[in-house]
Design a protein around this ligand. Sequence first.
Ligand SMILES: NC(=O)c1ccc[n+]([C@@H]2O[C@H](COP(=O)([O-])OP(=O)(O)OC[C@H]3O[C@@H](n4cnc5c(N)ncnc54)[C@H](OP(=O)(O)O)[C@@H]3O)[C@@H](O)[C@H]2O)c1
Length: 309
Amino acid sequence: MSLVAAIKGKGPNGLGFASTADEATAGCDLTGQTVLVTGCNSGLGFATIRTLARRGARVIATARTVDKARAACAGLEGQFLPLACELADPDSVRAAVTSARNGAAPLDAIVCNAGVMNIPTPQQRFGWELHLFTNHVGHFMLVTGLLDRLAPAGRVVVTASRAHRRAPPPGIDFDNLSGERGYVPMKAYGVSKLANILFTRELARRLSAGGGAKQTANTLHPGVIDTNIVRSLPAVARLAFRVAAPLVLKTPAQGAATQCYLAASPAVAGVTGAYYADCNPAETTPLGRDMTLAARLWDATEALVARIA
Ligand SMILES: NC(=O)c1ccc[n+]([C@@H]2O[C@H](COP(=O)([O-])OP(=O)(O)OC[C@H]3O[C@@H](n4cnc5c(N)ncnc54)[C@H](OP(=O)(O)O)[C@@H]3O)[C@@H](O)[C@H]2O)c1
């Protein structure tokens, strides 16, 4: 057990920092269910598809290219549909939506896991900063494109991060969506993760306002895990990650636990609009609870998506 796991212990539900995705979904039978997971070829996404397939779900597994998705699924037991979904390319996202819609089955869960971090220089897609476009807009297009295929008790799970704390007020700067002014890579990542949280909160509100259906939307911080996401960090920071990993970091299987729990566990059926960490409820910054900001981001993203259609 790592140092942090020993200090943090377990939450009220018996799960905690050290719980793995398999442990967080123990006893879940997902036979007959279909789940979609983005970023399946690496880190938490790979651990997520492995666990959800083990529990019996048919997994629509997306990666930037279909070859990456196929390679990820190749060695695993279970039922998979590998798909390309390059989140920074609207045509690719739309094609993934079309392919996922072609399957007859409704979607029981959509896990928006893929993410990019610490892009060294400011880059834009359609005028929006690239972390924000990839991590938020790409997933917004995917989820809204599939919403009418979400099962009556379907779940949307969005992988955010504690790094949303790096987004200073006003959180989302609508006068600087290109990110060009005052670009700092980890701040831009933080803004995109705040956007993940705000998108989830507003989606949850809209799903609840629709009445009747028990569809939910939740978001999470997975922990800190030595995955490929650190690839763009300076060498010294990557080395620190490697050294720290056994003591204070989670393994990918532990990092995937909270999103698998939210996607599959009956214990959180009906829970919506929440932010979790270590498989238990947690709290965001006040900006992450700002529903006026969430609504404004939704409208701005919708307008962008309409413009690039
Ligand atoms: N690791 C951590 O400590 C940590 C902490 C907090 C939050 N998170 C979040 O956890 C999620 C998973 O990250 P991870 O740690 O598993 O990192 P990872 O190993 O780098 O995996 C990220 C996945 O996202 C994919 N991806 C990146 N850019 C993409 C794009 N433009 N279109 C489609 N897919 C794209 C990657 O594909 P390629 O392999 O082809 O690049 C990969 O499959 C991310 O949302 C991240 O923000 C991670």
